[in-house]
Design a binder for this molecule. Structure first.
Ligand code: IVH
Length: 677
């Protein structure tokens, strides 16, 4: 090997290590050291080097996560230790009995339990040999599963090479659950519905279906996560052992494998019970489906003493949450018109208790969904409260139909203004495009006046409905033209409340900030955060209206979909007219792009190496950040300055190699100082 190729090989190794390390910071520690674009640069450099030098190809390179060639079929693989199931229980009493049984058998033991959420996904075993991913298989019947290595390899939070190798077992069978976040599941189904494909019934099916894909590239495109809950065979090089479940959890985390989140040690039933209620309460906020807790004897020796029944361990049990699903009758389907004109079908249900909350309405999302779920009016349906607060209909019980059920026919005209509805290309939703549709206007006004937009006190849903109905408001800007006499003619509007309302409208007009106004416009996909970013970049609405998609996408958080929605909004002549009216009304906030002055180091990236004289790293970081710059932990091509102090580390050599700009402490302080003036 000549010198150059030697160097290439070194760089490839280095990049693999860096990418795995930053995956670990991102996925396991949830504390990335570098930005996404910086990560992409490292990753892309690795991809291109590997492509140019295929002789250094390696199956455990992090680039292999994109998915290899399709497998003709999955071959069976027998687990070295069977993968047992768990006994379920549904009450405190049952858990109490479980604990008592173990206590009786082991009175001398100072008992403790490892308790963690039970994730609802697909059980998988992953094998690492000498720190490198070797194989993965599904649980199957517990004895023998299917080998799904090429698919499992694509899971983003699962490393192909472990980190902190000195702490890793030489041979490791790690077991865990493959899951898909609820949000991503919804997105996946929306795409499937749009394509007219069959949708997944729940996130577990989506995860299982994704793992059992014959084409790993499809698996790679699915947002799968692996969370470890235990181990099969483990062999360390020395005589290290993991002696408890809690140690397994922290040990795995240390070597780069994500354990099931939120596990904790409980000493008795009371503690377990308390934890159960906490988790049950917050389960809807969890990004993943959780269907209960798993309670395990923490001590591994004791686990071994307790052993297994034919099917399940005697040292573990699962305690299931009460279902957040319930069965009820779908009495009617109504159409709601939103401010963007989207017609949303809403299920009117016979009231039912779902996980402790009475539910009588559920969203049906769109027409396709009604078809995909095959819903008829009069059907018995399964309703669930999922991640969001809004309940949804999961499916119908077709087998219970009586023949009296009726098909729902989606209306061809807007139920509010009767104008014909249309569909935008590539979208599933029907829309009313009549800008003066009363239903749209109402929703638009409610949003416009709401707390995070213009925040017009006293102008809530109720009054908006009345004002629209009475014809006092026919477009957004009419709010500012309301006269006291008009208001006084309304029922239950007295002198005082009319005066208060006009005052708060006037206050909103003069106090409004650009970001609130942008948010208030109700542009699709533009939430509060995006509105803020836009207001930081543009001086006023006119500037924003003039921006093209390409430019908009240079703003953080703004992708093609959002950019195109913004451009579409401002290319609508009625919306342009609205801007003119805002101007005439003096509703024209300007942002103070003082930011340019305040942030002289804006977008400049620094890396520090070595010791700075009389200046701590924290202080230096603060100096940079308060001037709009950023500090990275590692050198990469988009670092602008490498500040080298006394006894600089390896970063300096690397920076030199990469031809980065290297400065000393004096120059650094000058830079800060000069830029300040
Ligand atoms: S421990 C010896 N912990 O539930 C059995 N299982 O019903 C050890 N599961 O097959 C299982 N989350 O797929 C355990 N935190 C967790 C779990 C969990 C989900 C699944 C697992 C298992 C099934 C048993």
């Amino acid at each position: 090997m000549n010198n150059d190729t030697q160097q290439v090989m070194q760089r490839i190794k280095e990049l693999r290590r860096l990418v795995e390390y930053h995956n670990y910071r991102y996925y396991i520690l949830d504390d990335p050291e570098i930005t996404d674009p910086e990560y992409d640069m490292l990753f892309n450099e690795l991809v291109s080097l590997e492509k140019k030098h295929p002789q250094f190809d390696h199956p455990a390179s992090p680039t292999k996560k994109v998915g290899g060639d399709p497998a003709p079929a999955f071959s069976p693989r027998t687990h070295s230790i069977p993968m047992y199931g768990l006994d379920n229980c549904f009450s405190t009493d049952e858990v109490g009995l479980f604990i008592e049984r173990i206590r009786k058998q082991n009175p001398e033991n100072n008992l403790s339990f490892w308790v963690e959420p039970k994730l609802d996904g697909l059980a998988v075993e992953v094998i690492y040999e000498s720190g490198t991913f070797a194989a993965a298989s599904t649980r199957g019947d517990g004895m023998t599963g299917e080998e799904v290595s090429s698919n499992i390899k694509t899971i983003k939070n699962l490393p192909l090479s472990l980190i902190n190798l000195q702490k890793a077992p030489e041979y490791l069978e790690v077991r865990g659950e493959v899951v898909i976040p609820k949000k991503e599941f919804d997105k996946l189904n929306a795409i499937k519905a749009e394509k007219g494909e069959k949708i997944f019934a729940n996130p577990r099916n989506a995860a299982a279906g994704s793992v059992r894909q014959l084409d790993p590239k499809i698996t790679a495109s699915r947002p799968l996560y692996f969370f470890a809950y235990g181990a099969g065979l483990i062999r360390f090089r020395d005589n290290t052992r993991w002696t408890s479940q809690s140690e397994i959890s922290s040990g795995l985390r240390e070597i780069g494998i994500a354990p099931v989140p939120n596990g904790k040690i409980c000493r008795d039933l009371i503690e377990i019970q308390q934890y159960f209620h906490e988790q049950e309460k917050s389960r809807l906020e969890s990004p993943f489906d959780i269907d209960g807790l798993v309670i395990k004897v923490n001590d591994i020796l004791l686990q071994e003493r307790l052993g297994f029944t034919a099917r399940t361990p005697r040292w573990a049990i699962s305690w299931k949450f009460a279902a957040a699903q319930a069965k009820t009758r779908l009495e009617q389907i109504r159409i709601q018109v939103g401010r963007t004109g989207v017609l949303t079908p809403v299920a009117c249900l016979a009231s039912v208790n779902v996980g402790g909350v009475m539910v009588s309405r559920a969203t049906l999302h769109n027409e396709n969904e009604i078809q995909a779920k095959d819903l008829k009016i009069g059907d018995m349906v399964l309703v669930q409260r999922a991640g969001d607060v809004i309940p949804e209909v999961v499916r119908s019980f077709k087998e219970e139909r009586t023949g009296q059920e009726m098909n729902f026919v989606f209306p061809e005209t807007c139920p509010s203004c009767q104008s014909p509805v249309t569909k935008i290309k590539n979208e599933v939703a029907w829309r009313c495009v009549n800008l003066s549709c009363p239903a749209r206007l109402e929703q638009g006004l409610i949003h416009f006046a709401s707390r995070h937009a213009l925040n017009i006190e006293g102008l809530g849903k109720k009054w908006i409905k009345i004002l629209v109905k009475q014809g006092l408001i026919t477009k957004l800007t009419d709010i500012f033209l309301l006269k006291k006499d008009d208001l006084l003619r309304l029922d239950r509007m007295g002198e005082k409340s009319a005066g208060n309302l006009l005052d708060s409208i006037e206050r909103a007009r003069t106090d409004i900030t650009l970001s609130r106004l942008i948010f208030g416009l109700g542009i699709r996909h533009v939430g509060q955060q995006t509105a803020k970013s836009l207001a930081e970049r543009f001086g006023d609405l006119e500037e924003l209206a003039g921006a093209d998609e390409e430019y908009l996408q240079t703003i953080e958080d703004i992708g093609p979909e959002v950019a195109s929605s913004i451009v579409r909004f401002f290319s609508n002549p009625d919306n342009r007219k609205l801007l003119d009216e805002f101007g005439l009304l003096g509703l024209w906030p300007v942002s103070r792009p003082e930011s340019a002055k305040k942030n002289p180091l804006s977008n400049k990236k620094f890396v520090f190496t070595g010791i700075l004289d009389g200046l701590s790293r924290e202080k230096a970081k603060e100096m940079v950040e308060s001037r709009g710059g950023g500090v990275a932990g590692a050198v990469s091509k988009n670092v602008d300055y490498v500040v080298a102090g006394e006894k600089p580390g390896s970063k300096l050599a690397k920076a030199k190699d990469m031809g980065l700009r290297i400065i000393g402490q004096k120059e650094f302080l000058e830079l800060i100082h000069v830029e300040d003036r």
